[in-house]
Design a protein around this ligand. Structure first.
Ligand code: ZN
Length: 210
């Protein structure tokens, strides 16, 4: 992982149409933003990730993560603000989230638990037009579980940067988990996960679920 200090972790829900629909949600008309504490971050470099099964299903959500390298201003060029990208997992306690949603409660217990944001290695940001068509993929035990490309985002990264910058503020060291494509599912004990960027592994871990 980069030695840049991580400040705020913004995450986008339902940013891919097919994923919104697979969970029975409406496709949003503006970005759905939530945050995770910095304690959610852990590396994904072949390590084992221990998770608790006590609160029900833990789902994987593979996402492109953009790292912000400079402070946002209204006239900032989003392309200039991104100083790296990675693939990360937005781990989600899905049963907990379903109960919270039914009661209209905040998502923190489902999305913000310690270790809920594993991150692969940092890569140079190729620019929005190149990024759009680069495939990213999550293999579970060698089998494709999720596959996506930035072109399918409902709100592209530049739009997310403006939206978050205006409403919440955005500065150097902030991360944006940009949402997950379809294919999310519950992790099983012993699962081996590999995150692929353009076919190359850029993060991996083994899940220990107890
Ligand atoms: Zn997500």
């Amino acid at each position: 992982m980069s030695n840049l200090e991580i400040n705020n972790i913004y995450c986008i829900g339902r940013n891919y149409r097919l994923h919104a629909l697979e969970l029975g949600n409406e496709v949003p008309k503006e970005p759905l933003v939530f945050t995770k504490p910095t304690h959610a971050i852990m590396s994904m470099n072949g390590n084992e990730i221990e998770l608790s099964a006590q609160a029900g299903e833990v789902h994987f959500e593979l996402e492109i993560v953009a790292r912000i390298g400079a402070d946002y201003t209204e006239d900032a060029e989003p392309e200039q603000l991104i100083d790296g990208i990675a693939l990360g997992l937005d781990l989600t306690l899905r049963d907990v989230q379903s109960r919270l949603k039914a009661k209209g409660l905040p998502w923190l217990p489902a999305k913000g638990f310690k270790g809920s944001a594993p991150l692969g290695q940092w890569l140079p940001y190729p620019g929005a037009s190149s990024l759009a068509g680069i495939p990213f993929e999550l293999l579970r035990n060698g089998v494709t579980a999720q596959r996506g490309q930035a072109a399918d985002m409902l709100f592209p990264i530049a739009e997310l940067i403006h939206y978050i910058g205006r409403h919440y503020g955005l500065g150097a060291g902030d991360l944006i988990y940009t949402g997950t494509p379809a294919g999310v599912a519950a992790l099983q004990d012993g699962d081996r996960l590999q995150a692929l960027w353009a076919g190359q592994e850029v993060g991996s871990c083994t899940i220990k679920l107890a």
